[in-house]
Ligand binder design. Structure first.
Ligand SMILES: C[S@@+](CC[C@H](N)C(=O)[O-])C[C@H]1O[C@@H](n2cnc3c(N)ncnc32)[C@H](O)[C@@H]1O
Length: 273
């Protein structure tokens, strides 16, 4: 029943999506970013301009804290949606994990992504320094350490990327339409895309995207629930929860250990079966 309703939304989206596909790229200072540059490109061919993309990555240990991932979670079949240049997939796969990442930036090759990173790194560091007060400097103690941690994660991602692309672990795809059959994954994770960019991704897209994640996975976890800029709860959160409840999906907001963007201390957990 739940899955059928999610599938209905999916079929509707496919038709709309052929006409207009939204691709987003961001300056992701993150683990969370308060100032991030988000570029929305609406194209017919799903072409993202790399000159507008600012790639920035986080690690497996941060994903573990963000999503409270237990050892048994890490043994599940996992979808990382909007993983960008995070090294979650590289690290987990190297220890035998079963994970596929999707992101529109995976249409670019490693050289293109690498040179873009070199270009934007000084910009990113400058912006973080100016907005230091928006973050909690606990596990990462300084702007300099943040830069080092992020660059290490990106290097790990890049060293795995071409191999992972060939084996189908990095797939160029965008919400709200994913190229997977129903219930392909046990767990879908979406970090720093939905809710964070509430001003750029509208309510309908949020609802369709989370339904789509529920179609392809038995459980969905999304973090953070705050909007970028305001650091307040996303305006889309309540409508999304209410929509999921309407189609019989149980939703809980669960506290997490992780906090870098001030106040981002909860994830959404949707049980889709
Ligand atoms: C801020 S980054 C987050 C990267 C990673 N998940 C993390 O937490 O470090 C947001 C990512 O969402 C991706 N993205 C943008 N639009 C998307 C869409 N429609 N579907 C899936 N991912 C998208 C961007 O390309 C970018 O890599």
């Amino acid at each position: 029943m739940k899955r059928n309703q999610a599938r209905f939304a999916y079929n509707k989206v496919i038709k709309a999506d052929k006409l207009q596909l939204a691709c987003f790229a961001s300056l992701h200072i993150l683990a969370n970013c308060n100032l991030l540059f988000m570029v929305a490109l609406y194209t017919k061919e799903n072409i993202v301009e790399l000159s507008k993309v600012v790639p920035w990555g986080i690690s497996l240990s941060e994903y573990k804290e963000i999503f409270s991932l237990s050892d048994s979670d890490l043994e599940k079949t996992i979808l990382g949606c909007g993983d960008g240049p995070a090294c979650f997939n590289a690290e987990l796969s190297s220890t035998g994990g079963n994970v596929i990442s999707v992101d529109p930036i995976y249409q670019f090759n490693s050289e293109q992504i690498r040179s873009r990173i070199d270009e934007v790194y000084p910009q990113v560091m400058d912006q973080v320094s100016k907005n230091k007060g928006d973050y909690v400097w606990r596990s990462i103690g300084s702007v300099e350490e943040l830069g080092n941690v992020r660059m290490d994660a990106i290097k790990t991602f890049l060293s795995d990327y071409e191999k992972g692309r060939e084996s189908g672990r990095y797939i160029n795809a965008s919400l709200p339409t994913l190229p997977f059959e129903d219930a392909k994954f046990e767990l879908a994770l979406c970090s720093h895309y939905l809710f964070l960019y509430s001003e750029h991704v509208n309510q309908e897209q949020h609802i369709l995207s989370i339904r789509e994640l529920c179609r392809v996975a038995n459980e969905v976890r999304v973090y953070p629930l705050l909007s970028i800029g305001s650091n307040k709860q996303s305006l889309h959160l309540e409508p999304v929860v209410s929509d999921l409840n309407d189609i019989g999906v149980s939703v809980t907001l669960v506290p997490v250990e992780y906090e870098f963007q001030k106040g981002a201390t909860e994830m959404l957990v949707a049980k889709c079966v």
